[in-house]
Design a protein around this ligand. Sequence first.
Ligand SMILES: [Zn+2]
Ligand SMILES: [Zn+2]
Ligand SMILES: [Zn+2]
Length: 172
Amino acid sequence: MTDNAKEPQPSITGKAGDYRLCQVCNRNLPISELHGKCIDCGRWICGSCSTVCSACKKVLCKECANISEKDGTVREFCKLHKPKSGGCFIATAAYGTPFAEEINVLRYWRDECLRKNRFGRMFIGCYYTGSPLLAYIISKSSILRSFTRLMLKPIVKLIKRATGEKRDLGND
Ligand SMILES: [Zn+2]
Ligand SMILES: [Zn+2]
Ligand SMILES: [Zn+2]
């Protein structure tokens, strides 16, 4: 058993003028700009790297946040409250089910590659703003559905090839 009693717990309420490192963006910031520790990865996070879980209202970093969309509203969740089918709306509309193998590939790409860098997160943000409407339009037309599947095919293939070694979806 480990006992950390001797080590003083870091406190967010430090003296004014204290600095602490945001472990997500690696900036050394005045303690007042830090929002606490991410409940999922335990790193210290500053205001611009943090968000709150829509379910438990706890602070977590943007890299751990699970984005979900419901009725046109994008919300973020911690690991514990992550909704089961945090999905790709366009692909779900195109394949008619959130459980297609292609969607697993796209979802893996989003979680493991896109979310890990700033540009990827920007892309996800734009995507989640525009896609619920687009997905709705696609789901209403069988021509658009097959067209979208056709468009997604090479993308899925590419991601599969790029992430193939690391990806383990299990074969059921
Ligand atoms: Zn930061
Ligand atoms: Zn985190
Ligand atoms: Zn939560």
